[in-house]
Design a protein around this ligand. Structure first.
Ligand code: SIN
Length: 483
């Protein structure tokens, strides 16, 4: 391991300077594996948030008027640096978040891919000329950056959820204030180190570390300089932020919670479906918003599927993410462990069968064992709530229409998955699922090139793909008369 400490910062980043809180306050960042303190970072509040917003506003005037090519060059440098220092960044990510190092390395590459992609997309934000309604007029559109953007990002992907927001924002000509999650500010600060190395001008990226998310969130959502909020997190918090943004009519992108169904039809390749569940359920110990939440299995293959799944789940090695061969790291904190524990208790109390796991792991601390619950039904919390952890609930079904209705019967609509070899069914079910994303015969759908986002209470807007940059652009209509 090269020297990761050069990326481990004890200061926040505002206007190109590494700063402390005005009152000198700090908070501890802890390793979820053993709860040991890694480092302390500044506990910024409203005043420093205003400073960051103002510095983003000042930087905006120059940044938005640079050529797209210039911005793309700097973003490409940032992309290359993120890959050059992938090992150091991944190490810090695992330290503060707990996910296995191999997954952290995957996240750093995934995060870098957004920077590269949007460096390129920024050069293609075309306007259009529109056939005019009058012979003495010409009608056209141009696209312009929305302005200062606030990005409020989660702890489950401390790098990639930042790059997925700041890369399109910067490419479009916006400047940003990032508020990373309290438990994972270190990867955000490491991005600021890379940005400095890449020569991104001061004020273009600002990072607010804080243990007072409500105070900082209120300023970001109420300050009229901020023109857009991009948030990834829970539906509950997303709704609060949307309400707060209403007063100044900000543009919002919301990537919120999910309750992903995973349907295994009787014509599915069962081994592939098992592989798909492992990929979509146990990634990041189940802590992603696209993780499978409810596994619907056709009654005729239920026993075979549950046997094969428990065999594979039993092989998942649980432990310190820094060590080799670990598939399941700790959960983010004790609260998450007790939430999962309560889900298992509620489900068992209502008749679910614990097929594997369930009881707290002998490793203690923030660990929760990979768990499969059988015969889960609609009245159980595990069926209705976003699990965000390593519990896989199995539900029996018999008919296609019935399972589509069950899958759709939730306020959420982010990711969904199903396995079937019947092509007519592939179309029918893909079209019938009320979700923003559908994985067919795969449990892995996340990629830079595809539009990521949900419908219903799972969010507004899309990230990644050619659509992602549109969230940071306004369309201006220009009418030239008197011709
Ligand atoms: C998330 O959990 O918020 C994002 C997961 C992904 O990009 O795959």
């Amino acid at each position: 391991m090269r020297d990761y400490k050069r990326f481990l910062k004890e200061k926040a980043y505002i206007n190109g300077k590494w700063v402390s809180a005005q009152n000198g306050k700090t908070f501890e960042v802890r390793n979820p594996f053993n709860n040991d303190k890694i480092i302390e970072v500044p506990d910024l509040g409203k005043e420093e948030t205003i400073q960051a917003i103002v510095s983003a506003k000042v930087a905006l005037e120059k940044w938005k008027n640079e050529t797209a090519e210039y911005r793309a060059r700097l973003l490409k440098k940032l992309f290359n640096l993120q890959l050059d220092f992938a090992d150091e960044l991944a190490y810090i990510l695992t330290l503060e978040q707990g996910k296995p190092l191999s997954e952290a390395q995957g996240e750093i590459k995934y995060g870098a891919s957004f920077i590269e992609w949007f460096a390129e997309e920024g050069r293609r934000t075309y306007g259009e000329t529109i056939p005019s309604n009058a012979s003495d007029k010409r009608v056209l559109t141009i696209k312009q950056p929305v302005g200062v953007v606030a990005a409020i990002t989660p702890w489950n992907f401390p790098n990639a959820m930042i790059t997925r927001k700041i890369a399109p924002a910067l490419a479009a000509g916006c400047t940003v204030v990032v508020k990373p999650a309290e438990s994972t500010p270190l990867s955000a600060l490491a991005i600021a180190v890379l940005a400095e190395m890449a020569g991104i001008p001061k004020g273009v990226i600002n990072i607010i570390t804080t243990n007072k998310p409500i105070e900082v969130g209120e300023e970001l959502t109420s300050n009229s300089i901020v023109k857009k909020i991009s948030f990834t997190g829970s539906t509950h918090v997303g709704k609060i932020l949307m309400k707060q943004c209403a007063e100044t009519v900000k543009k919002v992108s919301m990537e919120l919670g999910g309750n992903a169904p995973f349907i295994v039809f009787n014509d599915a390749d069962i081994d592939s479906a098992v592989e798909g569940v492992i990929a979509s359920k146990f990634r990041n110990s189940g802590q992603t918003c696209v993780c499978t939440n409810r596994i619907f299995v056709h009654d005729s293959i239920y026993d075979e599927f549950s046997y094969k799944l428990s065999k594979e789940v039993g092989k998942l090695k649980i432990g310190n993410g820094i060590e080799q061969g670990i598939a399941i790291g700790p959960l983010i904190n004790e609260k998450a462990v007790s939430f999962l524990n309560n889900l298992v208790e509620d489900a068992s109390g209502k008749g679910a069968e614990v097929i594997i796991g369930g009881n707290l792991n002998k490793l203690g601390g923030n660990f929760f064992p990979p768990t499969i619950l059988g015969n889960v039904s609609e009245e159980m919390d595990v069926y209705n709530k976003e699990i965000f952890g390593s519990i896989a609930p199995l539900i029996r079904f018999t008919k296609e229409e019935e399972v589509i209705a069950m899958a759709n019967n939730t306020p959420y609509g982010l990711a969904s998955y199903f396995f079937s070899k019947d092509y007519a069914r592939v179309w029918r079910v893909s079209e019938g699922l009320d979700y923003g994303m559908v994985g067919v015969n795969t449990g892995k759908i996340s990629t830079t090139v595809a539009p990521f986002g949900g419908v219903k209470e799972s969010g507004i807007g899309r990230e990644g793909s050619k659509y992602g940059i549109e969230e940071y652009l306004e369309i201006k209509y220009i009418c030239i008369g008197g011709l």
